[in-house]
Design a protein around this ligand. Structure first.
Ligand code: GUN
Length: 293
């Protein structure tokens, strides 16, 4: 039987409705979540991400400001701007859209954001808290993947989760999240990466397989156990002359044959993608609540 498709759009809409209600409740207590976004330069993909973040904020009632700066801004000016936002009560969350131009040290910039307002969950203090299983803003895409599992009735507790990819944004934080002795986690986690010999040996054992390597359709059907839950985090452009734009988006898994074999699968587009901005909104609301406690 073909797999049940877990729609990121539907799960995201469900979470956004909950957040909208929460924001209304917070506002009654005079707590006003706010997001400050810093966009350096005019990279079209970054502009598009930032626009969807602003739209999301508007939808659920979060105050939002996008501060646009030219690509030749100095590192010092960016750091000063962050300091200003760190001290501004209007903002419970701060996000610097990445990538930054080469002359700006991204690590320095991420580290300058006060950890309480780090709604990306990229600050090393938050990474440390995550590893220790303590409360912190969770990296949005990893958190989105976990929510898709939970809200489709696939609690990872006791399951063998195999994560392909060890990025700081998805693979590592998701592994740290799902290995915790905590609700919605408590899994046995294996991380497969470019240094793994015979990755298929591990992927075939996965009850839950997460593909987050950034390699178009690299996970083939023979690498997947029948009945597995497959979460595809990849978003890759591949040439397609039949499309107006000349390309289409595919994930890291070979979708059609795997959908015949898996029990659940997330599509690309419309899977994990829409969850990232939603979990950013979640972190912004949570931060407002925590800062005001
Ligand atoms: N650029 C691409 N994805 C992201 C993200 O999740 N956060 C930030 N800050 N920049 C990005």
């Amino acid at each position: 039987m073909p797999a049940t498709v877990i729609s990121g759009k539907e799960v995201a809409a469900e979470i956004r409705a909950e957040l909208k209600q929460k924001v209304e409740e917070l506002k009654k207590k005079d707590i006003h979540p706010g997001l400050g976004v810093i966009l350096v330069g005019e990279d079209p993909a970054s502009v598009s991400y930032v626009t969807s973040k602003a739209k999301g904020c508007e939808e659920i009632g979060i105050y939002e400001e996008t501060i646009r700066k030219p690509a030749d801004i100095s590192e010092k000016e960016v750091l000063d701007l962050i300091e200003q936002l760190n001290n501004d009560k209007k903002f419970s969350g701060i996000l610097v859209q990445l990538p930054l131009p080469d002359h700006i040290d991204e690590e320095k910039v991420v580290n300058a954001i006060t950890p309480e307002k780090d709604v990306d969950g990229f600050h090393p203090v938050n990474q440390g808290l995550l590893l220790r299983g303590e409360k912190c803003p969770l990296p949005c895409t990893a958190h989105g993947a976990q929510q898709m599992l939970l809200r489709s009735g696939n609690d990872p507790a006791g399951k063998h989760v195999v994560i392909c990819g060890r990025s700081n944004i998805v693979g590592k934080p998701l592994a740290a999240m799902l290995m915790q002795k905590a609700k919605g986690a408590n899994s046995t986690v294996t991380v497969v990466h470019t240094g793994t010999k015979n990755p298929e040996y591990y992927t075939r054992q996965a009850d839950i397989l997460v593909a987050a390597m950034g390699k178009p359709r690299a996970i083939t059907a023979d690498m997947v156990k029948g009945g597995a839950v497959v979460i595809d985090v990849g978003v890759n452009r591949i040439e397609d002359p039949s499309k107006k734009k000349g390309f289409r988006l595919v994930g890291d898994v070979d979708y059609e044959p795997i959908a015949e074999k898996a029990s659940y699968i997330t599509p690309v587009p419309g899977g994990v993608g829409p969850m990232t901005v939603t979990m950013l909104l979640y972190n912004t609301v949570e931060a407002a609540e925590l800062i005001n406690q």
